[in-house]
Design a protein around this ligand. Structure first.
Ligand SMILES: [Cu+2]
Length: 528
């Protein structure tokens, strides 16, 4: 694994004066280029951030002004005989407009479920929607009838009872609708929440920030209609790129800010977008400290200039505000990037059968990699115990060993002619695509031969990312350890070691670009 590039990015102890002058210089560069989208200002996905790019982003932050909406946090629920009722509801996303949405327990985001490892998760899902519904506990290794496979979706007015023991590692997981053909719409309109597994044995000794400095944040992009209400109308280009928009939601709120003390904070971040990839970084150019991803804590803390987060991926970041001063405003941003070989790079493959709409296709593709303001942190007060950064993390559980691999499989993710396929086939509910022996270690290769990013997600286990060939050609610290979702960009082949050791039964392998998933890019995987 190579993590030299981002890890090597030095912390930049800019004085405020230096910071301003650099920002002004970057602003002049924007003026000269005429557009923020100028390729010269972009850095590649995964490449080390250019300091000038961070400076450019800081200018954007300055333009954001001083208004905003307080970052809300989801109500917390212990999944112990809990009721999760999905129903239509209405929310103001922060601009004074009542938006019709789909909510769980009338909350946006959906309630945060917090459970300890070893406890039994019990909840009743009540479907008060006008669609079939089933909830999937993304990242947990639940039994197959508890995993939210789309065959289990229940009709409007019906309920589904969940009961299973949670044996997964401490970490940041999430849940969302998995109704076939409707996952994109349901998730976009609000049925998505965090699920946190706690394990005092694992986390206790680390001295991580206390609960009041632990901020669970769901990041999503949105497209608003002329009336200010989120629209979900995937068609034409957005059926190929996935549905994206120019606005950022943090925990369901536009233009979000939160007040922080000059201390260390633990951010649990989910990319809950349908299709957009975020490149997370701070507007002041300071690094973030990555401690966990999909599968819990990493081998060690990684100090990084930025972290890339594809749809459905999670990271836990320690963000150090100890040196910040009263009144400082620091933006968590998505920094600009370019998809090598993707639509923005000029790739025109996969367009057969499109007819017109080329302009729309390009405009849509343009959202991917554009900078976004996500959450502003406003520093105030003082902290008597500002906290510290850990130097070590808990031992990593045993990972699947490729030397023990008994079988190789290849999965081609293709998007052509308005169809999304895996190994040439669109999903069929009743077809078993892959049978995998329980306990065997296998080596799987995910191949992206399209011009669109595919975040590939596997149910019922975590895998180990071995290598990436083509495209970016390396794997990154946020892809180390145990993963349930891995980003495969155009032209890339990502090899992973897989071993199912939790449950037998029927599970899924699919793209977590929700428009791709809903329209065929999914397979039934039976563990036997
Ligand atoms: Cu995809």
């Amino acid at each position: 694994m190579s993590d030299s590039a981002p890890d090597a990015a030095p912390a930049r102890p800019w004085s405020r004066r230096t910071f301003v002058s650099r920002s002004v210089a970057a602003g002049a560069a924007i003026g000269a280029a005429g557009t923020l989208g100028a390729v010269g200002l972009l850095s590649r996905v995964g490449a080390a951030a250019d300091p000038e790019v961070a400076g450019t982003a800081a200018v954007l932050r300055g333009l954001a002004g001083t208004t905003g909406n307080s970052l809300p946090f989801a109500p917390e629920l212990r999944p112990h005989h809990a009721v999760l009722r999905a129903a239509p509801g209405v929310r103001d996303l922060g601009r004074g407009v009542s938006a019709p949405l789909l909510l769980v327990n009338d909350a946006l985001p959906s309630p945060l479920l917090r459970i300890r490892r070893g406890e039994t998760f019990t909840a009743r899902m009540e479907n008060a929607l006008s669609d079939p519904l089933i909830l999937h506990w993304h990242g947990l290794t639940a039994p197959d009838d508890m995993d939210g496979h789309p065959r289990l979706a229940v009709a409007p007015g019906e309920v589904y009872d969940y009961a299973f023991e949670v044996n997964d590692r401490a970490g940041t997981y999430w849940y969302h609708s998995h109704t076939h053909h409707m996952t994109g719409r349901h998730t976009y309109l609000g049925i998505a929440g965090l699920l946190i597994v706690e394990d005092p044995d694992e986390e206790g000794p680390l001295g991580l920030p206390p609960r009041e400095r632990e901020l669970p944040i769901i990041l999503q992009d949105r497209r608003l209609g002329p009336d200010g209400v989120p629209v979900y109308e995937p068609m034409g280009p957005s059926m190929m790129n996935g549905f994206m928009g120019p606005e950022a939601l943090a925990n369901g709120m536009l233009d979000a800010f939160t007040e922080v003390e000059p201390a260390v904070y633990r951010l649990r971040i989910l990319n809950g977008s349908n299709a957009r990839i975020f490149r997370l970084g701070r507007s002041d150019g300071r690094p973030v400290v990555l401690i966990a991803n999909d599968g819990g804590f990493l081998d060690r803390p990684h100090t990084l200039a930025h972290v890339d987060l594809a749809p459905a991926e999670r990271v836990e970041l320690l963000v150090d505000f100890r040196d910040a001063e009263e009144g400082d405003r620091i933006m968590l941003q998505s920094l600009p990037f370019e998809i090598p070989g993707g639509m923005m790079g000029g790739g025109m493959g996969g367009m057969g059968g499109m007819g017109g709409g080329m302009g729309g296709m390009m405009a849509e593709a343009d959202h991917q990699g554009r900078p976004l303001e996500l959450v502003e942190f406003r520093v105030s007060g003082s902290a008597s115990d500002p906290g510290t950064l850990p130097s070590t993390l808990p031992p990593m559980p045993e990972l699947p060993d490729p030397a023990q691999s008994t079988r190789e499989r290849r999965f081609d993710f293709s998007s052509r002619m308005m169809m999304h396929t895996v190994n040439g086939e669109m999903y069929e509910m009743d077809r078993i695509d892959v049978e995998v022996p329980f306990g065997d270690t296998e080596t799987w290769t995910f191949v992206n031969d399209s011009t669109f990013p595919h975040p590939v997600h596997l149910h019922a286990t975590h895998f180990r990312v071995l290598d990436r060939t083509g495209g970016r050609g390396e794997i990154y610290p946020w892809e180390s350890g145990r993963k349930d979702t891995v980003l495969v960009l155009p032209g890339e082949q990502v090899r992973v070691a897989v071993r199912f050791t939790a449950e037998r039964g029927l599970f899924l392998l699919h793209c977590h670009n929700l428009e791709h998933e809903d329209h065929g890019m999914m397979m039934n995987v039976r563990v036997v």
